[in-house]
Design a protein around this ligand. Sequence first.
Ligand code: PMP
Length: 423
Amino acid sequence: MNYTRFITRVSQNRQPSLIRELTSLLTDASPELVFMAGGLPNPQMFPFQAASVTLRDGRALTIHPDLMTDCLQYGPTPGYPPLVKQLKNLTQKLHAPPRWSESDLIVTAGSQDGLCKALEMMIDPGDYIVTQEPCYTGTLSILNPYKPKYIPVKGDHEGMDPYALKEALSQWNPDDIRDLESGVPKVLYINPNACNPTGVSVNEQRRRQIYDIASDYNLIILEDDPYYFVQFGDMKDFPPSFLSMDTDGRVLRFDSFSKVLSSGIRVGYVTGPKPLVQRIALHKQVSILHAPSISQVLVSELLRTWGEEGFFKHTEAVQEFYRAQRDSMLAAADKHLTGLCEWAVPTGGMFLWLKVPAVIDTWDMIMKRALEKNVILVPGKAFMCDPSTPCQYMRAAFSVITQEKMDKGLKNLSELIREEIER
Ligand code: PMP
């Protein structure tokens, strides 16, 4: 594929940082190399000498003294090399990308960082963007200042509807726009598993149809998938990722360890066609330089200590935990919200997406009156491309509250809704 049409003028003007490029020579450098190029601070002057963390199973994860410099010093922009290698292995195992030899993977400071840079690379002010609606607020927050022309695509309990996607694009003839550089949609954003906020996943058949449509219209798919490991079901039944069906080289996939290892550790990664991934690295070179070294070493050492089996055992435990949370939330919703709200059963993740058919817009009810009732949720408008349109939905997180709190919260919510209906 020719990627030029996807790259904004600002991004095209981003040049590799000379010092960053020279610093990358340090990876696998001969001990004979006298490196006088970079402004590396001397780690002898850093106050940290050793690091060890205790895992929940009681084991100690001790960073070998030889790795302390890697933890504390500037590192390569694409990521800590042993971690990059581990993540490439994991990606190959889970997604078997068909164009693997033409793909690359870089570590980001969480997937938000990767998304922000990918959009900076591809979206000019006023551009079109095709996105699922409702859409993750963090993506809308990146996009809104570009004042894009949103092409929102609705879905249902099985995620984005390919017919709605086709309909949304119907004003264009794919043959006329495939190669145009501006004034046409070029990017499709989708959060395919346990979508934030709806909690539902796109089924396999729909994924294949969506991929084909993206192929017809020559769209790059941004596959934002931080809940991959928080799908409720057997891993072998997870629907295939867009990356795994990417025969064209049009998918940028965003992964994250936030939901399974730690959100504060800020480690995610982007995988996709080399020209795009390496350009995202240019945007990192001028912003964060690289994801935090200590976090990357910690994740890498954890994965090494656990091995693949240990990692998957952990992700299974994470799934089980959130599935139980979801079930408690559904029980509380059945008890308190039946007849007041409608919802689809979340297939993963941390959210219940509630529709209140009797309320035209949930915004005022939540923003002005919910606090008095001792309950707070996110009004659905926050996930809409056009916040001026009334929205009957709201998002309730079940990730960190106890069963008791779910019961109390949804009881309070039911009273709030009843009062709202009577207003
Ligand atoms: N995408 C989606 C859909 C999310 O829900 C989140 C976290 N709320 C992110 C991206 C960002 O996650 P992180 O930067 O922590 O990896």
